[in-house]
Write a protein that binds this ligand. Structure first.
Ligand code: HMG
Ligand code: MG
Length: 298
Protein backbone atom coordinates (compact mmCIF):
# COMPACT_ATOMS: atom_id res chain seq x y z
CA UNK A 1 0.00 0.00 0.00
CA UNK A 2 1.67 3.26 -1.10
CA UNK A 3 0.18 5.45 1.64
CA UNK A 4 0.03 4.59 5.31
CA UNK A 5 -2.44 7.31 6.22
CA UNK A 6 -6.10 7.78 5.35
CA UNK A 7 -8.23 10.81 6.23
CA UNK A 8 -11.67 10.16 7.68
CA UNK A 9 -14.29 12.86 7.18
CA UNK A 10 -16.85 12.32 9.92
CA UNK A 11 -20.38 13.00 8.63
CA UNK A 12 -22.37 11.62 11.58
CA UNK A 13 -23.76 14.95 12.74
CA UNK A 14 -25.09 15.74 9.24
CA UNK A 15 -25.74 12.64 7.11
CA UNK A 16 -26.00 10.56 10.30
CA UNK A 17 -28.76 12.59 11.91
CA UNK A 18 -30.64 14.08 8.93
CA UNK A 19 -32.78 10.96 8.46
CA UNK A 20 -33.83 10.68 12.11
CA UNK A 21 -37.56 11.39 12.35
CA UNK A 22 -37.43 12.24 16.07
CA UNK A 23 -35.78 15.63 16.63
CA UNK A 24 -32.43 15.21 18.38
CA UNK A 25 -32.10 18.12 20.85
CA UNK A 26 -29.56 20.72 19.79
CA UNK A 27 -27.59 20.29 23.03
CA UNK A 28 -27.25 16.55 22.34
CA UNK A 29 -26.01 17.23 18.81
CA UNK A 30 -23.45 19.66 20.22
CA UNK A 31 -22.21 17.13 22.79
CA UNK A 32 -22.02 14.43 20.09
CA UNK A 33 -19.89 16.71 17.91
CA UNK A 34 -17.68 17.66 20.87
CA UNK A 35 -17.00 14.00 21.63
CA UNK A 36 -16.21 13.33 17.98
CA UNK A 37 -13.81 16.26 17.91
CA UNK A 38 -12.11 14.82 20.99
CA UNK A 39 -11.67 11.60 19.00
CA UNK A 40 -9.40 13.56 16.68
CA UNK A 41 -11.39 14.29 13.51
CA UNK A 42 -9.91 17.23 11.63
CA UNK A 43 -12.64 17.33 8.98
CA UNK A 44 -16.29 17.02 9.92
CA UNK A 45 -19.64 17.81 8.33
CA UNK A 46 -21.50 19.50 11.18
CA UNK A 47 -24.94 20.24 9.76
CA UNK A 48 -26.75 21.49 6.67
CA UNK A 49 -28.38 24.76 5.71
CA UNK A 50 -31.42 23.33 3.93
CA UNK A 51 -35.14 23.95 4.06
CA UNK A 52 -36.54 23.11 7.51
CA UNK A 53 -39.69 21.94 5.74
CA UNK A 54 -37.73 19.41 3.72
CA UNK A 55 -35.36 18.25 6.48
CA UNK A 56 -36.72 19.32 9.89
CA UNK A 57 -33.85 17.63 11.76
CA UNK A 58 -31.41 20.25 10.41
CA UNK A 59 -33.46 23.28 11.52
CA UNK A 60 -30.93 24.12 14.26
CA UNK A 61 -28.01 24.53 11.80
CA UNK A 62 -27.20 28.05 12.98
CA UNK A 63 -26.92 27.07 16.64
CA UNK A 64 -24.72 24.13 15.75
CA UNK A 65 -22.36 26.25 13.68
CA UNK A 66 -22.23 28.95 16.36
CA UNK A 67 -21.26 26.37 18.99
CA UNK A 68 -18.14 25.47 17.00
CA UNK A 69 -17.30 28.83 15.45
CA UNK A 70 -13.65 28.62 16.56
CA UNK A 71 -12.92 25.79 14.11
CA UNK A 72 -12.82 27.11 10.56
CA UNK A 73 -12.46 23.64 9.04
CA UNK A 74 -16.03 22.66 9.96
CA UNK A 75 -17.98 21.78 6.83
CA UNK A 76 -21.63 22.76 6.33
CA UNK A 77 -23.79 21.35 3.55
CA UNK A 78 -25.78 23.76 1.44
CA UNK A 79 -27.78 23.41 -1.79
CA UNK A 80 -28.18 27.04 -2.82
CA UNK A 81 -27.39 30.73 -2.37
CA UNK A 82 -29.63 31.10 0.67
CA UNK A 83 -27.70 28.37 2.47
CA UNK A 84 -24.34 29.79 1.41
CA UNK A 85 -25.27 33.26 2.60
CA UNK A 86 -26.40 31.88 5.97
CA UNK A 87 -23.13 29.98 6.28
CA UNK A 88 -21.08 33.05 5.32
CA UNK A 89 -22.87 35.20 7.90
CA UNK A 90 -21.60 32.75 10.52
CA UNK A 91 -18.08 32.88 9.06
CA UNK A 92 -18.03 29.30 7.80
CA UNK A 93 -15.00 28.70 5.62
CA UNK A 94 -15.79 25.22 4.29
CA UNK A 95 -18.95 24.28 2.44
CA UNK A 96 -20.29 21.21 0.70
CA UNK A 97 -22.64 21.45 -2.25
CA UNK A 98 -24.53 18.39 -3.42
CA UNK A 99 -25.91 17.22 -6.74
CA UNK A 100 -27.09 13.86 -8.03
CA UNK A 101 -25.92 12.33 -11.30
CA UNK A 102 -29.46 11.00 -11.60
CA UNK A 103 -31.94 13.64 -12.62
CA UNK A 104 -34.85 11.90 -10.90
CA UNK A 105 -32.99 11.70 -7.60
CA UNK A 106 -31.83 15.30 -7.87
CA UNK A 107 -35.38 16.49 -8.42
CA UNK A 108 -36.61 14.57 -5.41
CA UNK A 109 -33.70 15.83 -3.29
CA UNK A 110 -33.43 19.49 -4.29
CA UNK A 111 -36.34 20.12 -6.61
CA UNK A 112 -34.17 20.84 -9.65
CA UNK A 113 -32.78 18.92 -12.58
CA UNK A 114 -29.10 18.07 -12.40
CA UNK A 115 -28.36 20.61 -15.13
CA UNK A 116 -30.32 23.34 -13.33
CA UNK A 117 -28.41 22.57 -10.12
CA UNK A 118 -25.02 22.82 -11.80
CA UNK A 119 -25.97 26.08 -13.53
CA UNK A 120 -27.21 27.53 -10.26
CA UNK A 121 -24.15 26.42 -8.30
CA UNK A 122 -21.38 27.31 -10.74
CA UNK A 123 -21.35 31.12 -10.14
CA UNK A 124 -21.90 30.60 -6.43
CA UNK A 125 -18.87 28.31 -6.19
CA UNK A 126 -16.80 30.79 -8.17
CA UNK A 127 -17.75 33.53 -5.74
CA UNK A 128 -16.83 31.46 -2.68
CA UNK A 129 -13.52 30.50 -4.28
CA UNK A 130 -12.73 34.17 -4.93
CA UNK A 131 -13.04 34.59 -1.17
CA UNK A 132 -10.81 31.55 -0.66
CA UNK A 133 -13.37 29.25 0.92
CA UNK A 134 -12.97 25.47 0.78
CA UNK A 135 -15.63 23.86 -1.41
CA UNK A 136 -16.46 20.20 -1.51
CA UNK A 137 -18.85 18.80 -4.10
CA UNK A 138 -20.85 15.75 -3.02
CA UNK A 139 -21.80 13.72 -6.08
CA UNK A 140 -24.82 11.57 -5.22
CA UNK A 141 -26.04 8.47 -7.06
CA UNK A 142 -22.59 8.07 -8.63
CA UNK A 143 -23.13 4.33 -9.17
CA UNK A 144 -26.84 3.57 -8.80
CA UNK A 145 -30.06 5.52 -8.39
CA UNK A 146 -33.11 4.16 -6.56
CA UNK A 147 -35.32 5.51 -9.37
CA UNK A 148 -33.17 5.23 -12.52
CA UNK A 149 -31.08 2.15 -11.74
CA UNK A 150 -27.47 1.76 -12.86
CA UNK A 151 -25.64 5.00 -13.60
CA UNK A 152 -23.13 5.06 -16.45
CA UNK A 153 -19.71 5.96 -15.03
CA UNK A 154 -19.20 8.34 -17.96
CA UNK A 155 -22.11 10.43 -16.63
CA UNK A 156 -20.58 10.53 -13.16
CA UNK A 157 -17.19 11.56 -14.53
CA UNK A 158 -18.83 14.24 -16.70
CA UNK A 159 -20.65 15.71 -13.70
CA UNK A 160 -17.45 15.64 -11.64
CA UNK A 161 -15.70 17.46 -14.46
CA UNK A 162 -18.24 20.28 -14.35
CA UNK A 163 -17.52 20.79 -10.65
CA UNK A 164 -13.78 20.62 -11.15
CA UNK A 165 -14.12 23.29 -13.85
CA UNK A 166 -16.23 25.35 -11.44
CA UNK A 167 -13.24 25.32 -9.07
CA UNK A 168 -14.12 22.94 -6.24
CA UNK A 169 -11.35 21.64 -3.98
CA UNK A 170 -12.80 18.20 -3.32
CA UNK A 171 -15.10 15.64 -4.90
CA UNK A 172 -16.92 13.33 -2.50
CA UNK A 173 -18.22 10.59 -4.73
CA UNK A 174 -21.16 8.77 -3.20
CA UNK A 175 -22.82 5.39 -3.42
CA UNK A 176 -26.05 6.86 -2.05
CA UNK A 177 -28.01 3.61 -1.80
CA UNK A 178 -25.20 1.14 -1.09
CA UNK A 179 -25.48 -0.77 -4.37
CA UNK A 180 -21.97 -0.45 -5.79
CA UNK A 181 -19.62 -3.41 -5.85
CA UNK A 182 -15.81 -3.29 -5.40
CA UNK A 183 -15.06 -3.71 -9.10
CA UNK A 184 -17.31 -0.78 -10.00
CA UNK A 185 -15.67 1.26 -7.24
CA UNK A 186 -12.15 0.43 -8.44
CA UNK A 187 -13.08 1.24 -12.02
CA UNK A 188 -14.70 4.62 -11.31
CA UNK A 189 -12.12 5.84 -8.80
CA UNK A 190 -9.20 4.81 -11.02
CA UNK A 191 -10.67 6.91 -13.82
CA UNK A 192 -11.40 9.83 -11.51
CA UNK A 193 -7.84 9.77 -10.17
CA UNK A 194 -6.50 9.84 -13.71
CA UNK A 195 -8.88 12.57 -14.85
CA UNK A 196 -8.47 14.88 -11.83
CA UNK A 197 -5.04 14.27 -10.29
CA UNK A 198 -5.02 17.58 -8.39
CA UNK A 199 -8.42 17.28 -6.73
CA UNK A 200 -8.99 15.83 -3.27
CA UNK A 201 -10.93 12.66 -4.00
CA UNK A 202 -13.11 11.14 -1.30
CA UNK A 203 -15.28 8.04 -1.25
CA UNK A 204 -18.69 8.18 0.47
CA UNK A 205 -20.28 4.77 0.97
CA UNK A 206 -23.63 3.85 2.42
CA UNK A 207 -23.71 0.31 3.77
CA UNK A 208 -27.22 -0.73 2.77
CA UNK A 209 -26.12 -4.15 1.49
CA UNK A 210 -23.01 -4.70 3.60
CA UNK A 211 -20.54 -3.89 0.81
CA UNK A 212 -19.09 -0.64 2.12
CA UNK A 213 -15.91 -2.03 3.71
CA UNK A 214 -15.14 -4.06 0.60
CA UNK A 215 -15.72 -0.90 -1.41
CA UNK A 216 -13.35 1.05 0.84
CA UNK A 217 -10.70 -1.58 0.21
CA UNK A 218 -11.32 -1.30 -3.54
CA UNK A 219 -11.00 2.50 -3.32
CA UNK A 220 -7.70 2.11 -1.42
CA UNK A 221 -6.48 -0.13 -4.21
CA UNK A 222 -7.33 2.74 -6.57
CA UNK A 223 -5.15 4.96 -4.32
CA UNK A 224 -7.98 6.88 -2.72
CA UNK A 225 -7.11 7.80 0.86
CA UNK A 226 -10.09 9.89 1.96
CA UNK A 227 -13.31 8.38 3.27
CA UNK A 228 -16.57 9.84 4.55
CA UNK A 229 -18.11 7.79 7.33
CA UNK A 230 -20.60 8.20 10.11
CA UNK A 231 -20.13 7.29 13.78
CA UNK A 232 -22.46 4.42 14.63
CA UNK A 233 -23.26 3.87 10.93
CA UNK A 234 -26.07 6.41 11.24
CA UNK A 235 -27.48 8.12 8.22
CA UNK A 236 -29.12 8.03 4.86
CA UNK A 237 -30.67 10.54 2.53
CA UNK A 238 -34.41 11.09 3.25
CA UNK A 239 -35.06 11.44 -0.51
CA UNK A 240 -33.29 8.27 -1.67
CA UNK A 241 -35.78 5.42 -1.39
CA UNK A 242 -34.31 2.51 0.56
CA UNK A 243 -31.14 4.32 1.61
CA UNK A 244 -29.74 3.36 5.00
CA UNK A 245 -26.76 4.39 7.06
CA UNK A 246 -23.29 5.42 6.04
CA UNK A 247 -20.50 2.97 6.63
CA UNK A 248 -19.75 3.11 10.36
CA UNK A 249 -16.69 5.15 11.29
CA UNK A 250 -15.68 2.60 13.93
CA UNK A 251 -15.69 -0.24 11.40
CA UNK A 252 -13.66 1.76 8.88
CA UNK A 253 -11.10 2.83 11.46
CA UNK A 254 -10.81 -0.67 12.89
CA UNK A 255 -10.19 -2.14 9.44
CA UNK A 256 -7.67 0.54 8.46
CA UNK A 257 -5.74 0.34 11.74
CA UNK A 258 -5.63 -3.47 11.53
CA UNK A 259 -4.18 -3.06 8.02
CA UNK A 260 -1.53 -0.65 9.32
CA UNK A 261 -3.16 2.41 7.74
CA UNK A 262 -3.21 5.24 10.28
CA UNK A 263 -6.07 7.69 10.66
CA UNK A 264 -5.09 9.73 13.73
CA UNK A 265 -8.46 8.89 15.28
CA UNK A 266 -8.96 7.43 18.77
CA UNK A 267 -11.37 4.54 18.30
CA UNK A 268 -12.40 4.37 21.97
CA UNK A 269 -13.43 8.01 21.79
CA UNK A 270 -15.59 7.34 18.73
CA UNK A 271 -17.31 4.55 20.68
CA UNK A 272 -17.87 7.03 23.52
CA UNK A 273 -19.58 9.42 21.08
CA UNK A 274 -21.81 6.64 19.72
CA UNK A 275 -22.67 5.49 23.25
CA UNK A 276 -23.72 9.05 24.00
CA UNK A 277 -25.94 9.51 20.93
CA UNK A 278 -27.50 6.01 20.95
CA UNK A 279 -30.45 6.87 23.25
CA UNK A 280 -31.50 9.67 20.88
CA UNK A 281 -31.57 7.39 17.84
CA UNK A 282 -34.76 5.59 16.93
CA UNK A 283 -33.15 2.59 15.26
CA UNK A 284 -30.56 0.02 16.23
CA UNK A 285 -26.91 0.99 15.89
CA UNK A 286 -25.61 -1.23 13.09
CA UNK A 287 -21.87 -0.72 13.58
CA UNK A 288 -20.17 -4.09 14.05
CA UNK A 289 -17.30 -2.74 16.16
CA UNK A 290 -19.68 -0.80 18.43
CA UNK A 291 -21.87 -3.84 19.02
CA UNK A 292 -18.86 -6.08 19.73
CA UNK A 293 -17.08 -3.75 22.10
CA UNK A 294 -18.78 -5.16 25.18
CA UNK A 295 -17.35 -8.60 24.45
CA UNK A 296 -13.99 -8.08 22.78
CA UNK A 297 -11.04 -6.00 23.78
CA UNK A 298 -7.97 -6.01 21.56
P1 HMG B 1 -37.85 24.37 -2.82
O1 HMG B 1 -39.15 24.16 -2.10
O2 HMG B 1 -37.81 24.08 -4.28
O3 HMG B 1 -37.22 25.82 -2.67
O4 HMG B 1 -36.75 23.53 -2.07
P2 HMG B 1 -37.74 27.21 -2.25
O5 HMG B 1 -36.69 28.17 -2.73
O6 HMG B 1 -39.17 27.43 -2.70
O7 HMG B 1 -37.70 27.19 -0.66
C1 HMG B 1 -38.62 26.50 0.15
C2 HMG B 1 -38.49 26.99 1.56
O8 HMG B 1 -37.21 26.66 2.07
C3 HMG B 1 -38.56 28.53 1.69
O9 HMG B 1 -39.07 28.80 2.96
C4 HMG B 1 -37.11 28.94 1.64
O10 HMG B 1 -36.88 30.17 2.26
C5 HMG B 1 -36.47 27.82 2.42
P3 HMG B 1 -40.60 29.34 3.14
O11 HMG B 1 -40.63 30.62 2.41
O12 HMG B 1 -41.46 28.30 2.51
O13 HMG B 1 -40.75 29.45 4.63
N1 HMG B 1 -35.09 27.59 2.02
C6 HMG B 1 -34.06 27.43 2.88
N2 HMG B 1 -34.03 27.46 4.22
C7 HMG B 1 -32.80 27.27 4.79
N3 HMG B 1 -31.68 27.05 4.09
C8 HMG B 1 -31.69 27.02 2.75
C9 HMG B 1 -32.93 27.22 2.10
N4 HMG B 1 -33.29 27.25 0.80
C10 HMG B 1 -34.60 27.48 0.77
N5 HMG B 1 -30.56 26.80 2.08
C11 HMG B 1 -34.47 23.13 -1.43
C12 HMG B 1 -35.40 23.50 -2.55
C13 HMG B 1 -33.11 22.90 -2.04
C14 HMG B 1 -34.40 24.28 -0.42
C15 HMG B 1 -35.00 21.85 -0.74
O14 HMG B 1 -35.25 20.90 -1.71
C16 HMG B 1 -34.06 21.29 0.28
O15 HMG B 1 -33.82 21.90 1.31
N6 HMG B 1 -33.48 20.10 0.02
C17 HMG B 1 -32.50 19.52 0.90
C18 HMG B 1 -32.48 18.05 0.75
C19 HMG B 1 -31.44 17.44 1.68
O16 HMG B 1 -30.99 18.04 2.63
N7 HMG B 1 -31.07 16.20 1.37
C20 HMG B 1 -30.08 15.49 2.16
C21 HMG B 1 -28.70 15.98 1.91
S1 HMG B 1 -27.95 15.29 0.44
C22 HMG B 1 -27.37 13.75 0.95
O17 HMG B 1 -27.63 13.33 2.04
C23 HMG B 1 -26.50 12.98 0.01
C24 HMG B 1 -25.02 12.95 0.44
O18 HMG B 1 -24.87 12.40 1.73
C25 HMG B 1 -24.23 12.10 -0.57
C26 HMG B 1 -24.89 10.74 -0.83
O19 HMG B 1 -24.93 9.90 0.08
O20 HMG B 1 -25.41 10.59 -1.93
C27 HMG B 1 -24.40 14.36 0.45
MG1 MG C 1 -24.82 10.30 2.18
Amino acid sequence: MPSEFAAIIEVGARDGLQNEKQFVPTEAKIRFIQLLKEAGFKEMELTSFVSAKWVPQMQDAKEIVKAFSDDKRNIVLTPNEKGMMAARELNCEAMAVFVGVSNTFNQKNINKTTTESVEQLRPLILKQKQDDLFIRACISTSFYCPYEGKIDEKDTIALCEQFVEAGVDELSVADTIGMANPREVYSLFTKLKDAFPHILLTAHFHDTRGMALANIYAALEAEVYRFDSSAGGLGGCPFAKGATGNVATEDVIFMLHQMGVETGINLDKVVEAVTFIEPYISRKIESKYFNLKAFTKI
